[in-house]
Design a binder for this molecule. Structure first.
Ligand SMILES: [Zn+2]
Length: 193
């Protein structure tokens, strides 16, 4: 068994022993809100937003982008599970700022193994051959955080399957301080009507 697998199962054993009454939680989130954010390991929405099990939906992907699949989850979150307020939270020092579609396509065309980054950018150091399928994926990279938050809130706001009743707040999480910083133009375009 890998060390990680062993550690995860041990941690889960302890968690499960102290599970208490959480088995009685219902499917709809008790505090009726949803956070869309990045998968970055430094971000822990339960901690930075004060969530307990059963409180809120957290949808995560690379960048916290409003991809078609994120929107699928958001629509389910409201239509079937009754959330009433949504947050889009990107963060400082996001890995999605370090590459473009073309860089990712070139790296993957060279090999599928883990690439390396240095001060001059990404370099593929793998072997075993790559694949060109990356050409068909929009990697949803980020140029500038405030702009990406605005663009994502706007996309969700005007999506035909999203109710106008849901306020959508745009925030930037600062990885140096743990603080959420509002992006006012994003919250403004995301306001309910
Ligand atoms: Zn990120």
């Amino acid at each position: 068994m890998s060390q990680i697998l062993e550690e995860v199962l041990a941690a889960n054993g302890t968690y499960s022993e102290n599970f208490g009454s959480k088995g009685d939680l219902t499917i709809p989130p008790a505090r009726r809100f949803t956070i869309l954010t990045c998968m970055d390991a430094r971000l822990d929405p339960a901690k930075f937003a004060g969530l307990a099990e059963g409180d809120a939906h957290v949808i995560r992907n690379a960048g916290g982008r409003a991809s078609d699949d994120a929107i699928r989850s958001l629509v389910i979150s409201y239509k079937l599970l009754g959330t009433r307020e949504w947050f889009v939270i990107h963060h400082t020092n996001c890995g999605m700022e370090t590459f473009t579609d073309q860089i990712m396509r070139n790296l993957l065309a060279n090999s599928l193994q883990t690439a390396k980054i240095d001060e001059t950018g990404w370099h593929d150091v793998g072997s075993g051959g790559g694949a060109t399928e990356a050409e068909f994926i929009d990697w949803l990279t980020i140029g500038e955080q405030a702009q990406s938050i605005y663009a994502d809130v706007k996309r969700i706001r005007f999506h035909p399957l999203v109710s106008r009743e849901i306020p959508i707040y745009g925030y930037l999480y600062d990885v140096k301080t743990g603080k959420l910083i509002e992006i006012p133009e994003a919250t403004e375009i995301g306001r309910a009507s």
